[in-house]
Design a protein around this ligand. Structure first.
Ligand SMILES: CCCCCCCCCCCC(=O)SCCNC(=O)CCNC(=O)[C@H](O)C(C)(C)COP(=O)(O)OP(=O)(O)OC[C@H]1O[C@@H](n2cnc3c(N)ncnc32)[C@H](O)[C@@H]1OP(=O)(O)O
Length: 152
């Protein structure tokens, strides 16, 4: 089975509510390569409803873009450096500095959501990632992230 990007986060940095393996209450989002892009799949529990039970609330949508975006920034950087995650070198870790979300239409509840990341550019410690979240009937939200690589 292919390891997810988050599987390479050290345990001490794996407490994120959205994607940390060490947070028992968290969502444990998992991100992977899909060609030149990145992908994550997630089906929110019914308790994450928006104004009506059929729709997912916006914070959950932003959370999925957030965690997938930073994981993708790390993956894009490893690839640009011709490195592999878990190669024993200095770990490449990112946090979100800026996340813009456009909610294009309601996100449906009860279906698997697909989150995609595409590299826009890398400039030193700054990585811009274009994000999208798709339900069963097209793109529901788009995101633009600036992720900053932490100094090691
Ligand atoms: C713990 C391990 C987890 C590692 C494992 C990952 C866990 C999962 C994370 C999930 C995603 C999240 O929720 S992360 C949690 C939410 N995010 C945060 O809490 C981050 C809080 N902010 C910060 O800690 C800081 O502001 C940083 C690290 C982002 C940046 O601080 P810094 O390292 O001192 O760098 P700084 O010089 O200020 O900025 C570097 C460059 O980025 C630019 N820059 C900085 N912020 C912005 C911004 N909002 N919009 C535009 N540009 C910006 C600066 O102008 C500069 O450009 P130039 O002058 O170089 O051109």
């Amino acid at each position: 089975m292919t390891a997810a990007f988050q599987d390479f986060y050290p345990d001490e940095f794996s407490h994120c509510y959205g994607c940390g393996s060490q947070n028992p209450q968290g969502h444990h989002l998992k991100s992977y390569w899909d060609g030149e892009e990145t992908i994550a799949r997630f089906t929110p529990d019914a308790k994450y409803s928006g104004g009506v039970p059929e729709h997912v609330y916006g914070g959950m949508v932003a959370s999925l873009l957030d965690c997938h975006g930073t994981a993708s920034a790390a993956a894009f950087t490893y690839r640009a450096l011709n490195r592999e995650m878990g190669d024993g070198g200095d770990p490449v870790r990112f946090v979100t500095a800026s996340l813009k979300v456009d909610f294009l239409k309601p996100t449906p509840m009860g279906v698997e959501l697909v989150v995609r990341g595409k590299l826009r550019s890398i400039d030193g410690r700054k990585v811009w990632v274009d994000l999208s979240l798709t339900g069963n009937d097209g793109i529901c939200a788009k995101g633009e992230m600036l992720a900053i690589r932490l100094r090691t």
